[in-house]
Design a protein around this ligand. Structure first.
Ligand SMILES: [Zn+2]
Ligand SMILES: [Zn+2]
Length: 280
């Protein structure tokens, strides 16, 4: 099975507001997103198709066909629009990234079938900003929707294992074993999954997610020395493998049951570590 991915961009304004709720209720649920005149984003979209290569053309599908589907069925209905629950595309749902990505996924799948193209949609990713993206991914006959939020913190660490000798520590960790440590601008991606709430359009209240991640991770580790300032790494080597597990264990019980899906920690541009919920 070969996958091919096409990127597209569109700009849209949106406002989160339920007419049947009071202004106070809308403000409480949606904060700044409920302001009367709305705001907007430059969205970036990636659609991935999967299929077998046609021996005659050497292609799964002609990527121009995917380009045309994106332009005619997705961009034509979203680019330059003001998205609210009253917009025909939203049909009563809130214009969150997770609702939009679900609509985009269904729209592309329908268009592929209508044109008889020999490929299926394996996933769509939609970035509302560089710090927030929603994805829908095919899981058999079902779609899994996730939302990924990016956070940063700067911290020092020294790679040193208490069960190894000083010589072994120096040999294995080299400069990273220097006594005073060194530091990184860690980039943390937190992915939550589930069904968007039909009233709010949200998988999870972003305000709650920000509050939990800020309290449990960012405020705890930012501008700290992991080995010296945090008890969890006093006797545990603060490699990014261990960091990603420790962060999972801090966030998982603080978020709604079953919602945390994946954690990734980018230690440098070249090194990324991830931990994902295993589904049975
Ligand atoms: Zn927005
Ligand atoms: Zn390091």
């Amino acid at each position: 099975m070969i996958q091919l991915t096409r990127k597209a961009r569109f700009s849209a304004a949106h406002r989160y507001y339920r007419r049947e709720w009071t202004a106070e209720e809308n403000q409480r649920r949606f904060g700044l997103c409920s302001l009367p005149h709305g705001h907007g984003h430059d969205y970036v979209l990636e659609a991935t198709l999967a299929g077998e290569v046609d021996p005659a053309t050497g292609m799964v599908v002609n990527i121009s066909d995917l380009k045309a589907i994106l332009e005619q069925t997705v961009l034509a209905r979203l680019d330059g629009e003001y998205l609210t629950p009253e917009h025909e595309v939203l049909a009563g749902l809130m214009p969150t990234a997770e609702v939009l990505v679900t609509w985009i996924g269904k729209t592309i799948s329908t268009a592929l079938a209508a044109r008889g193209l020999p490929a299926r949609l394996s996933g769509v990713r939609l970035w509302e900003s560089s710090r927030l993206r929603a994805e829908c991914t095919a899981r058999g006959e079902r779609w899994m929707v996730t939302l990924t939020r990016t956070y940063e913190f700067a911290a020092a660490h020294r790679l040193h294992s208490p069960v190894l000798s000083d010589d072994e520590n120096r040999r294995i960790f080299a400069k990273c074993n220097n006594p005073h440590g060194h530091g990184h601008n860690y980039v943390l991606e937190v992915t939550v999954g589930g069904e968007p709430d039909p009233r709010t359009g949200m998988l999870l209240d972003l305000g709650l997610l920000d509050q939990v991640v800020t309290a449990e991770v960012v405020d705890r580790y930012d501008h700290r020395h992991l080995n010296l300032d945090t008890p969890e790494f006093r006797d545990l080597n603060p490699t990014s493998e261990n960091l990603v597990r420790v962060i999972w264990d801090r966030l998982e019980p603080a978020l709604p049951p079953g919602s945390l899906h994946r954690i990734s920690v980018r230690e440098t541009d070249r090194n990324v570590f991830a931990y994902e919920r295993t589904t049975g």
